[in-house]
Design a protein around this ligand. Structure first.
Ligand SMILES: *Cc1c(COP(=O)(O)O)cnc(C)c1O
Length: 389
């Protein structure tokens, strides 16, 4: 047998820098609280913003779909993997995003890689926000197009780069809600610059779908730009509580992806129960508007509470990053919070820039007043112990 010694050495290196990752195991269903080890703790790092994953409507839909359509779609989408239920979900997703068409992907990671490698050619330019999600970064790396990075939400910088570009085509790509910052892309300004410099806009609405806009239709709805964004990607695994992703846009875009987008073409179709759960989740989202209201009320209370305690808090959405800086200190804070009954994961490089480690707090519609208060009390105690406030 060959020896893996060099991997062990690299892991030791990570450990020494306080960067080793270990998987936190949970032993029960994931709701406002969750069992870790022998204890129930408040869960404050889930992306299930509307608390939809636990809705009985989803389990019911999955069971019914299993009986009607079977457990698996036994091929890729363009062979024998497209069932009526896939078409129904795609039609609903197009409607949600105000476009003529939509296409399902297995995951958002695959959708982003697929889009960025398929839509642009050598001689084209991708303009990407420096804090875009890792799947966009990887899509840029794999694309044949040139990639220029603009400073986070810096429209002067973006304008300057657009002015300098003499590429054949330009595409501006941005997260709608930034996954580790919790702030919102200035989509109006981006759209305005794109118009002036004849660029396409690609919007990653993973954390905005279900969260932003009066009806939860995402960043475009929030800014009154529904139907005006060339490429909208969204996921079914965050506020919709299931798994999977989609691209919404004009028919020609979707037809092209069906023909040329390898992460769509060469992978097995999502199984019917999963598709049915996404359809049910969309229905819950549409019909239970109180979830989004509650989410934003909880966001306000937790955000203001943490700020009031003196923590350095960023963002403006249900993603509430608490900046700590040091890698070890952030993990120590996370560990102490867990001892006090609150699970918040520490986020370190390479997920965030060097020196910007943080507790990424995220709140859900399913949290009650009691949980918000208990969480704030634990934060106060840890903040004082570790001199963070
Ligand atoms: C989670 C996430 C993705 C990836 O989506 P998955 O469906 O989980 O693969 C892409 N972009 C952003 C901004 C995300 O937060």
């Amino acid at each position: 047998m060959a020896e893996w010694g060099y991997l062990g050495e690299e892991l030791d290196g990570l450990r020494q820098k306080g960067l080793l990752r270990q998987i936190p195991w949970m032993e029960g269903p994931v709701g406002p609280r969750v069992r870790m080890g022998r204890r129930e703790v408040i869960l404050l790092c889930s992306n299930d913003y509307l608390g939809i994953s636990q809705s009985p409507a989803l389990a019911k839909a999955a069971k019914e779909a299993m009986e009607k359509w079977g457990c698996g779609a036994p091929a890729s989408r363009s062979i024998a993997g497209s069932l009526g239920i896939h078409r129904e979900l795609e039609e609903e997703l197009a409607q949600l995003k105000g476009t003529s068409s939509a296409l399902l992907f297995s995951t958002g990671y695959m959708a982003n890689i697929g889009l960025l490698t398929t839509l642009l050619r050598e001689g084209d330019l991708i303009l990407s926000d420096e804090l875009n999600h890792a799947s966009i970064v990887d899509g840029c790396r794999l694309s044949r197009a040139e990639v220029w990075i603009y400073r986070h939400r810096d429209m002067d910088h973006l304008a300057e780069l657009l002015r300098r570009s003499n590429h054949r085509r330009r595409l501006i790509v941005t997260d709608g809600v930034f996954s580790m910052e919790g702030d919102i892309a200035p989509l109006r300004e981006i759209k305005e610059l794109a118009g002036r410099y004849d660029a396409f806009v690609m919007l990653d609405d993973a954390h905005a779908t279900g969260v932003l806009g009066r009806e939860g239709r995402g960043t475009a709805e929030h800014f009154g730009l529904l139907g005006q964004i060339e490429v909208q990607m969204g996921t079914l695994g965050k506020a919709l509580g299931v798994m999977g992703a989609f691209v919404a846009g004009e028919r020609v875009l979707i037809d092209y992806l069906i023909n040329r987008c390898r992460p769509f073409m060469y992978t097995t179709s999502p199984p019917p129960p999963l598709v049915a759960m996404s359809k049910a989740a969309l229905k819950v989202m549409r019909e239970e508007g109180w979830r989004r209201e509650r989410l934003w009320e909880n966001t306000r209370r937790l955000r203001e509470g943490l700020q009031g305690l003196g923590f350095q808090v960023r963002g403006e959405t249900p993603i509430i990053p608490v900046l700590i800086g040091d890698n070890r200190l952030v993990m120590e804070a996370s560990r102490r919070l867990l001892e006090l009954g609150v699970f918040v994961q520490g986020i370190r490089p390479p997920t965030v820039p060097e020196g910007a480690s943080r507790l990424r707090v995220s709140v859900s519609a399913s949290h009650g007043d009691q949980e918000i208060e208990e969480a704030l009390e634990a934060f106060r105690q840890v903040g004082e112990e570790l001199r963070l406030i």
